[in-house]
Design a protein around this ligand. Structure first.
Ligand code: SF4
Ligand code: SF4
Length: 342
């Protein structure tokens, strides 16, 4: 069953959530959404028309985190209240399929990531527009969530059609019995029509930029392994790492120790496979000394390694790396070049 929450009713739902969770959601700054703590800065809540500038992964795999304190065998897990993240878009939710494989697999479960995944409440929302750089449909993904959420919001006149995706989401709805109504057929039809319109807009992007579909990429990195693509594209890369840090699926990190007289601690921080020292080992040997080799490695991971081991491309089509790259390296252009016949 789908619910309808009028805007004021959704406010009541958020207030109920705030009793247990620290709430974050997109605040619009200079026309772009940025995840912000909603309860403390007084920002007007808005699900946002498209994905935020910053990726969702930062709530689960933090840019920098203390992972060991002194010689204690107990991981220094945060004592802060759990998070509720509102307005998450489908392309960020797809990132979980890669991040879960890395941090919450069968052989090893990262305690920091796993705890955040178990405790965080995700209230996702449909995209109501698309950026020129959006291309999620190339991977048969849609600009509206189809799973991996606790509740999903579809904005309609006067409020939201709300879909329940988990027991956690159902429990939150049950805590607001006075404001939850059953969505009417007209409201769910409006939702479906809006979804189709935004999907069509993204598919138009694929046509306008001639972005290949995922099935045209199968085996293509291998076939283009020695191609000039990599040297050409790497020519403008300045090794800033923005493409990695902004990406909802990139997950590499490095560890470092900090100590002073009072404390010794180990930290984990995001790393970038485009940086020269990324794969360097003790003694100075480096399997990817050339920048073009490092750029190829990034695409190999996304379009070859992850489809083989998880069945998923490690790209959600969010387009963040296109906007972030100062070298104007456009992943859609690389995909187009890969899809071309050798
Ligand atoms: S590779 Fe680029 S488009 Fe794909 S998920 Fe990462 S940031 Fe988004
Ligand atoms: S964002 Fe662009 S310039 Fe920066 S490391 Fe990535 S590809 Fe290179």
């Amino acid at each position: 069953m789908c619910y309808f929450f009028a805007e004021h009713g959704f406010g009541a739902l958020l207030r109920a959530a705030a009793e247990k969770y620290d709430i974050f959601g997109p605040a619009q700054r200079e026309g772009r959404g940025v995840y912000t703590r909603l309860s403390s800065n007084g920002a007007t809540f808005d699900t946002g028309p498209v994905r935020t500038v910053d990726p969702l992964k930062a709530f689960f795999f933090k840019p920098r985190e203390c992972v060991a304190d002194g010689f204690s065998a107990v991981p220094p897990l945060s004592e802060n209240p759990p998070l509720c993240v509102v307005g998450v878009k489908a392309c960020d939710l797809k990132g979980f399929r890669i991040q879960d494989f890395v941090f919450a697999g069968d052989e090893f479960r990262d305690p920091f990531y796993s705890r955040a995944r178990n405790e965080t409440l995700i209230i996702s929302s449909d995209c109501t527009s698309a950026l020129d750089t959006c291309f999620c449909e190339a991977f048969d993904d849609r600009p509206y969530p189809r799973g991996d959420f606790d509740l999903n919001l579809s904005p309609v006149d006067g409020g939201y059609v709300v879909e329940v995706g988990s027991e956690k989401g159902a429990a939150l709805i049950a805590s607001c019995p006075d404001v939850a109504q059953e969505a009417t057929q007209g409201q769910t039809e409006t939702r479906d029509r809006q979804r189709d319109e935004v999907s069509a807009r993204v598919r138009q992007n694929l046509k306008d930029y001639r972005v290949p579909r995922h099935d045209e990429l199968a085996g293509r990195v291998e076939r283009h392994y020695d191609s000039l693509i990599w040297k050409d594209e790497a020519a403008t890369c300045v090794e800033c790492g923005a493409c990695n840090t902004i990406c909802p699926t990139c997950h590499c990190f490095f560890l470092y120790d900090q100590k002073n007289v009072a404390r010794m601690a180990r930290f984990r921080a995001w790393d970038s496979c485009l940086m020269k020292g990324f794969a360097r080992v003790a003694g100075g040997a480096n399997p990817r000394r050339e920048l073009s080799e490092r750029l190829r490695n990034r695409f190999e991971k996304k379009f070859s390694f992850f489809p083989k081991v998880t069945g998923e491309y490690a790209c959600t089509g969010c387009g963040r790396c296109i906007s972030a790259c100062p070298g104007k390296i456009d992943i859609r252009r690389v995909m187009k070049r890969l899809a071309e016949h050798v």
